[in-house]
Design a protein around this ligand. Sequence first.
Ligand SMILES: Nc1ncnc2c1ncn2[C@@H]1O[C@H](COP(=O)(O)OP(=O)(O)OP(=O)(O)O)[C@@H](O)[C@H]1O
Ligand SMILES: [Mg+2]
Length: 322
Amino acid sequence: MIAIDVGYSHTKAISPDRRVLIPSVVAPHRELSLAELSRNGYGHIAEIHKLSGGTKKCFIGELALREGQGATFTLDREKYKHPNHHILILAAARLLEARQGATLVVGLPVAYYRLQKEELRRELEALHAEVSIDGGPYTRVSFGKVVVYPQGAGALLTVSDIPDNKLVCLVDVGYKTTDYVLARMVDNLVRPESGGSVEYGIFQMHEAVNSVFESTTGTPLDVGLTNAVVEQGKITFRGKELDLTAAVEEARVNTARAIADRVLAALGQKGDFMAKFYLAGGGVKALPKLMEMFPAAEVLPNPQWANAKGFLRVGTGTAKGA
Ligand SMILES: Nc1ncnc2c1ncn2[C@@H]1O[C@H](COP(=O)(O)OP(=O)(O)OP(=O)(O)O)[C@@H](O)[C@H]1O
Ligand SMILES: [Mg+2]
């Protein structure tokens, strides 16, 4: 039994006794790559031999990020249709040491859920591969049963004290998308009622920081470096320390405001009648001001993991869900 939440920025994979967090980046393997020679235990090399034919060797996660070229995970709208999606699923399942034929629970953005869930389920149930990680033995990875669950609704299943029979809203702030789900607790079961996605997230905050960096230095900033600037506020550039703390702070506030505005606008008047707003997704950690922008807001513990943890409950049948 495993659950995998493939995000645009990170893949969160969990089994009852293990967790794996991998940046969602895949790059073709290159012999004698510098990133590989100095990897210090970061990232992975995956060799995937599909039973339908073909073997692929690639860098995954931190290694792919450091390898640079062509490594960034696509910002395609339908990420689960991108080949990287299945590569990340296979690598994460292998890292969790999932047994062959295990049950897999994955999520789909609410906006695509109804239309795409069957197709995704069929595809993942048909996926069979031999996978080796970091030069280890090849192990067969396949899923006996795949459950596709609406993203966001997964996170709600980790909340133990949802007020009875009142409408609540879960907001999952991700890298590229923010999902929201309206739900009601009826007879001790979470009943999702409606929801949607807004295409806005931490990516926009990174863009804002990048554009300040570019206008200050005349040079664009590499993807991998944006994280460092956002985390530290400062970076050495051509021998001088560049302090972007104020720009980062401004980007945080503006992005939080834009996300809250878009979600509240999508909810319309319904937004005024929520008993609670539960905030999840790694983005909540980067945007603490979101707490003040939603009424009766509560950040879920370990917000980046909330969906994956909820998915696991769906799989083990301990979910108070519909
Ligand atoms: N503790 C933290 N502090 C600051 N930022 C964080 C923290 N944890 C995660 N983030 C950032 O939050 C963002 C969203 O993380 P998350 O894993 O929820 O996104 P995702 O699921 O990959 O994206 P999407 O839902 O759009 O597909 C990432 O850019 C990540 O770097
Ligand atoms: Mg996400």
